[in-house]
Design a protein around this ligand. Sequence first.
Ligand code: ACO
Length: 338
Amino acid sequence: MGLFEQMTAKAKASRQRIVLPEGTEPRTLTAANRIIGDQIADIILIGNQVEIYRLADEMGLDNIRKAKIVDPADESIIDKYAPLFFELRKSKGITMEEARLTTANPLYLGCLMVKAGDADGQVAGAQNTTGNVLRAAFQVIKTQPGIDVVSGAFLMLVPPGLPYGTDGILIFADCAVVPDPTAPELAQIAVSAAKTARDIAGIEPRVAMLSFSTKGSAKHDLVQKVIDATKIAHEMAPDLILDGELQADAAIVPGVCASKAPNSPLSGRANVLIFPSLAVGNIAYKLVQRLGGVEAVGPVLQGLAAPVNDLSRGAFPEDIYKTIIMTCNQAIGLKENK
Ligand code: ACO
């Protein structure tokens, strides 16, 4: 069974409630219709019911009538969720009136539903920027215990025949969120990515902390940051198979590892690659995707207390469909490990 077949089966077996704040966005509606038809998750659409049904009818999306619809213009909905937002943000000096206005923003309303336990995860970003999707999640959902930095991982699905990753899967992080992580933040990104490997990819993580140096071959502040992060990550997760600092070839090629880092517990078989900065991670995943013909699935936002995932504004319905399935698996993983 391939990764998505496995994730779909897991999602179907434990139906999650996924909220889609962009409820009148056509690609989102197409994906929602398919998710409902395939009985993968219960869908909550945020938007005006008349508008959603009109679009669904025009597009022939019959299953949309089975979705729950939550209208941000409905005062009773604002009455229900605004006090929660006020509570979460009152230390920042907001008024109840400001809380009510923000609650009517679908990105915040969806997160508030997740926070209140009325939904299990959120998927958005077909219309909204990454920054707006992330900010709502940071302010409302917040992070998991022991983690204070949210980051973004990609599942890299290697074409058959190439000897990389586990079952052809590698996790790359951070490729989406934290521009210049400190050593403690980099350690958290590594621990979160290991969890993503387990919860979403179903593989046992073998984590490499990447640099342009292997075990002291170069000296620089940027190398030292990775050495420090490796030490902190070991303290945070002593049982995790994790090593650094390593160059990429020493991390994923057993022969190179044997000569450059013979004592590495990874033995050149890392399946989780942690990049020293967002510039490196973002460029690396895009180059591997384009030059290597590797499918990049994500970003999976990791470190949040409940899953919220961001879409590219160029996303196709198929991408949204897969992101919803991934979000269900994250929600299940978070509940299993509570
Ligand atoms: N994890 C957890 N909380 C965070 C994080 C984080 N990584 N970053 C910010 N926050 C919190 C802050 O602590 C703050 O909380 P508070 O209001 O309770 O005090 C809140 O979020 C807002 O913080 P700001 O510093 O104002 O956040 P800002 O709006 O500047 O930036 C953002 C956050 C949007 C994520 C920023 O870091 C960013 O733009 N990152 C790059 C995103 C990007 O462009 N990625 C590349 C494209 S994606 C792709 O190619 C797949």
